[in-house]
Design a binder for this molecule. Structure first.
Ligand code: HEM
Length: 153
């Protein structure tokens, strides 16, 4: 009898903790944030996958990613880093755990034309998912300032 009480009491605690967490998470996400307006983590993941597919098909820059594409674990890491980066930058509940942009691109000598090509691949992915102009501009406005840490490093 004691055991049954203990079991149901701990189940209730788990249930309460779970609903408290869920409540906390749903209140923490600002519905007006760029993250929410983009459609949350599922939309950001879908855009990232399309973006990576566009980059892989883009002869202007795909050689840069040949070693990454050839290694599934490395590609998965890049994908996850990009999702976290976009999600966090848009005000979402993610934490980017990768290198800063200067260190990530150090020694690559990326040109302005290559940077522009990659941004065009991202815009094409956003367009494919019909992301409105306002949200597209806001996202590009966040990524734009990263240019000086990426080009010519
Ligand atoms: C706004 C523009 C860009 C953003 C936001 C961005 C973002 C990132 C991120 C998050 C990583 C992973 C860092 C890590 O491993 O810790 C990365 C790596 C990398 N980026 Fe960029 N990047 C940009 C532009 C470019 C451009 C223009 C090129 C070349 C054309 C490029 C080539 C690479 C390569 C080759 C890697 C290494 C991938 C690997 O580790 O396998 N990036 N970038």
């Amino acid at each position: 009898m004691k055991k049954v009480f203990f079991l149901s009491a701990s189940m209730l605690l788990v249930l309460l903790t779970y609903s408290a967490c869920k409540k906390e998470v749903s209140y923490e996400i600002d519905p007006n944030s760029l993250y929410s307006r983009l459609g949350g983590i599922d939309a950001i993941s879908a855009v990232t996958d399309q973006f990576l597919a566009n980059v892989a098909a883009d002869n202007a820059i795909n050689a840069r990613f040949a070693a990454t594409v050839a290694n599934p674990a490395r590609l998965e890491l890049l994908r996850n880093n990009l999702i976290d980066q976009l999600c966090e930058a848009a005000g979402g509940p993610c934490k980017y755990k990768g290198k800063n942009m200067r260190d990530a691109h150090k020694g690559m000598n990326i040109t302005q034309a290559e940077f522009n090509a990659l941004v065009a691949d991202l815009v094409a992915a956003l367009d494919k998912f019909k992301v409105p102009q306002k949200e597209k501009s806001e996202l590009l406005g966040i990524l734009g300032p990263m240019q000086s840490d990426i080009v010519g490093q």
